[in-house]
Design a protein around this ligand. Structure first.
Ligand code: HEC
Ligand code: HEC
Length: 350
């Protein structure tokens, strides 16, 4: 009897202890949920568009001012300074070295990296390289692999410059990588520089309208990029004063700018030339529609069969199927994007 009573008491105590632990877990869990709903907890970031699930971190929040690159003239080691300057030169004058009349090789379309990565890749929201040193190598869903900086540079050579990649051990590659590493050297590993890459603009609630875009193009772009989009060569003819936007010398249909969201974001805050994120000249609608016009013109086609090994990771505006959803290819190319985004948002909640 005495013995049983003791057992009984111990068992009550044990149960009470369990109950206490369980309640604690519930309370703590609930507190985290509330914090999360209030957006207090850090979010796990993905690439700018929801569906490129990379390992990325929130932007550097501590400083409120935008990223700016350190000054190359402060590099003390002369050999290093020379290499970094050479990398900058290659980014600004790529065609001089690798264009159709290039002095090193004829392996690209005559565009310069700087045509799309403004001011040698240092302009705020001008598709700059501020986060390259801090985030590569990184997992990219397009290739399904960890990509190094040289691999990413060669991606742009093969797609945006519609050419072939450089030998990754070449001096030119080393120089470009050194330049990107130097200008990103103040950015904490794993963090994104504030104002790097492109700035997001809201989706339209309709599909983009290439016909409206054609009028915008004629009024605001054709004076420099020419009525047929072919751009204007310099007098020496070895590079462009105004780069082409479509036609045989433009970026191919596997390039980043061929995704309409990238094009719209780029032009909204950078074009017509002289626009910035602080003084945009196009409305969101104009940026989307002109993107629709330019990206429905003729351009080089190039297939990369190994792209997107997991089709469910394709960005919603990837213009080529197959897709992990039932929306038609045309809607993926020109929108409306809201319903596609919603579909994936609902899916990921389940
Ligand atoms: C026709 C436009 C265009 C040209 C020319 C171009 N790029 Fe790009 N590049 C892009 C776009 C757009 C992106 C972003 C693509 C995306 O996120 O899908 C990009 C991304 C990159 C990135 C990755 C940036 C990051 O933060 O992840 C690097 C590095 C890069 N380009 C290097 C180069 C180099 C080097 C050249 C010249 C050999 C070059 N690019 C030429 C359009 C271009
Ligand atoms: C005053 C001349 C000018 C006007 C007007 C202008 N651009 Fe540009 N654009 C340029 C120059 C110059 C570059 C290359 C910048 C560099 O290399 O620094 C460029 C680059 C571009 C690029 C990236 C490179 C490429 O060829 O793919 C795109 C896209 C672009 N412009 C689209 C537009 C659109 C769309 C408009 C109209 C809304 C427009 N631009 C109006 C001068 C202009």
């Amino acid at each position: 009897m005495h013995h049983n009573e003791q057992d009984f008491i111990t068992s009550i105590l044990k149960n009470a202890q369990r109950l206490l632990i369980i309640s604690l877990i519930i309370i703590v869990g609930f507190a985290f949920l509330m914090l999360d709903m209030a957006n207090v907890l850090p979010k796990v970031f993905s690439d700018s568009d929801n569906k490129i699930a990379n390992i990325e971190q929130p932007e550097v929040k501590a400083k409120n001012d935008f990223w700016s690159p350190p000054d190359i003239s402060t590099i003390k080691d002369e050999a290093k300074k020379e290499l970094v300057l050479k990398g900058k030169d290659l980014i600004q004058n790529t065609a001089k070295y690798f264009g159709p009349k290039g002095s090193v090789a004829h392996t690209s379309n005559g565009m310069n990296c700087q045509n799309c990565h403004l001011n040698a890749g240092t302009s705020i929201f001008g598709n700059n390289y501020g986060s390259v040193a801090s985030t590569y190598p990184k997992l990219r869903s397009r290739s399904g692999t960890f990509e190094t900086i040289p691999k990413r540079i060669n991606d742009c050579f093969e797609r945006s410059l519609n050419g072939s990649g450089l030998d990754t051990l070449s001096n030119e590659m080393l120089a470009m990588v050194s330049y990107m590493q130097f200008i990103g050297s103040d950015v904490e590993r794993g963090k994104k520089a504030k104002g790097s890459g492109l700035k997001t603009i809201p989706f339209l609630d309709r599909a983009v309208d290439p016909e409206k875009g054609e009028k915008i193009y004629a009024a605001k772009c054709a004076s420099c990029h020419m009525p047929n989009g072919e751009g204007q060569l310099t007098q020496e003819g070895n590079s462009y004063t105004y780069p082409p936007l479509w036609g045989p010398n433009s970026y191919n249909d596997a390039a980043g700018l061929y995704r309409i969201t990238n094009f719209a974001k780029y032009v909204k805050f950078n074009m017509p030339l002289g626009s910035t994120h602080e003084s945009p000249q196009l409305t969101d609608e104009e940026a989307w529609d002109v993107a629709g016009f330019v990206n429905t013109r003729q351009r080089p086609q190039k297939r990369f069969p190994k792209d997107w090994p997991d089709i469910s990771k394709k960005p919603i505006d990837h213009p080529f199927g197959p897709y992990a959803d039932a929306f038609p290819e045309k809607q993926h190319k020109l929108g409306p994007f809201g319903p596609i985004q919603e579909y994936y948002a609902n899916k990921s909640q389940k």
